[in-house]
Design a protein around this ligand. Structure first.
Ligand SMILES: NC(=O)c1ccc[n+]([C@@H]2O[C@H](COP(=O)([O-])OP(=O)(O)OC[C@H]3O[C@@H](n4cnc5c(N)ncnc54)[C@H](OP(=O)(O)O)[C@@H]3O)[C@@H](O)[C@H]2O)c1
Length: 363
């Protein structure tokens, strides 16, 4: 199965006609072309001209013993984009899946877009070693995209971390660099000293957490948004999960999503994924269930949500983060409150029960 002749509207897709340019000229050029948008079947074009497949397989929470089969299933079903991270604790097994599928000869390394992330609990001078560790685990020679996983500045500043990322790009260890969980404010801080504009910001996105302002800002700067937790991340909330209780109802159960799914003869998951791609973001749904892996891939192909459906999906209230990030705040951390982590009004979380570290403060 291949994604071809996909139709989806422009959005967050910007092209520089040259590979990543270092220095102020690069920044200026990107600012000038960021309004021009380019469609390509099944792929977004990043601000360095590289292609990002609109759907990738997420691997967070995919257990050892499950994730190899899931990645193999996805690649055989037509996925050309896999989202990884060392903190998911399963990159070695993801690498085994790559080795198996590539050895079959039908798919080449260069046909698959592999994203991984550096968790900033290390100083910036250790980023290269960390990137090499990830490459070793995955059994690859380069990454297509490398992201700063969280804007955590307990150990290194955003300026130093980004300079280290730019060096990885120069050395050819990674083809594109970006960030994850960055607010508009933190992106603006990064851009002050950046030679290279981030290609991607990977953030939580679904109809209950649209992040319209961030989306608009990133589009204006040529930064593509990838939607994580596009299905609301139901497996995050369990007695042994990262969080025990969700901060609000999950989008998969939303009655509007369910009724649109019925009208379109699709599943609720397919409606959520199609909404995200039709809006102009890429998606990285996680599944270890073969039928769902295939269903999710089919979600982004050859059908459209109507303007009425899009309008309804773009109007959900209230808006709330599901992956609230409280675990990255605390009295001994740089971000003492959740407001400081996200640079936004988090008062909607007041009075809600969710996992909170000792000494937790909302604002
Ligand atoms: N950068 C970051 O900080 C960050 C944060 C969170 C996530 N991510 C990335 O984004 C990926 C996706 O996010 P996520 O894993 O939190 O959540 P998600 O993709 O929104 O949801 C995954 C859950 O949905 C289920 N599911 C998958 N397809 C389904 C379908 N068609 N129908 C019903 N249920 C379905 C999965 O179950 P089964 O697996 O049992 O099928 C799993 O429980 C992650 O895996 C990770 O790669 C990045």
């Amino acid at each position: 199965m291949r994604i071809t002749n996909l139709k989806f509207p422009d959005g967050g897709i910007n092209r520089l006609g040259f590979t990543i340019a270092l220095g102020a000229v690069g920044l200026l050029a990107s600012a000038l072309v960021c309004k021009s948008r380019k469609k390509l079947s099944g792929n977004y074009i990043l601000n360095n001209g590289r292609k990002l497949p609109c759907i990738g397989l997420g691997t967070w929470k995919s257990k050892p013993g499950e994730v190899k089969k899931a990645v193999e299933c996805a690649l055989r079903a037509g996925y050309r984009h896999i989202d990884c991270a060392p903190v998911y604790g399963n990159q070695k097994e993801v690498g085994e899946a790559f080795a198996t599928v590539f050895s079959e000869g039908k798919l080449k390394r260069r046909q698959v877009f592999v994203c991984s992330k550096v968790f900033p609990k290390i100083t910036a001078d250790k980023f290269e070693q960390e990137c090499r560790n990830t490459l070793r685990e995955l059994g690859l020679e380069y990454l297509d995209l490398y992201l700063i996983h969280w804007p955590l500045v307990d150990v290194a500043s955003i300026k130093d971390m980004w300079a280290a990322m730019e060096q990885l790009l120069e050395k050819g260890l990674v083809k594109s660099i970006g960030v994850s969980n960055f607010s508009k404010k933190k992106l603006m801080e990064l851009m002050v000293n950046a030679k290279v504009v981030p290609a991607v910001n990977q953030v939580e996105l679904h109809p209950n957490w649209r992040q319209d302002e961030l989306f608009e800002y990133c589009s204006s700067k040529g930064i593509h948004l990838t939607a994580y937790c596009p299905l609301g991340s139901p497996d995050q909330f369990s007695p042994d999960g990262l969080n025990r209780e969700a901060t609000g109802p999950l989008p998969l159960q939303n009655s509007t999503v369910v009724s649109i799914a019925k009208e379109c003869d699709k599943t609720a998951a397919q409606v959520l994924l199609k909404w995200a791609v039709q809006r102009g973001t890429s998606v990285v749904p996680k599944s270890v269930t073969p039928a769902r892996i295939i269903q999710n891939f089919e979600a982004v192909q050859s059908w459209e949500l109507s303007a009425t459906h899009m309008k309804a999906l773009n109007a959900f209230l209230p808006q709330y983060r599901l992956l609230h990030g409280a675990f990255h705040t605390g009295p001994k951390r740089t971000y003492k409150t959740l407001t400081e982590l996200w640079d936004e009004d988090v008062s909607y979380l007041e009075g809600r029960t969710f996992e909170k570290p000792t000494g937790f403060k909302l604002q």
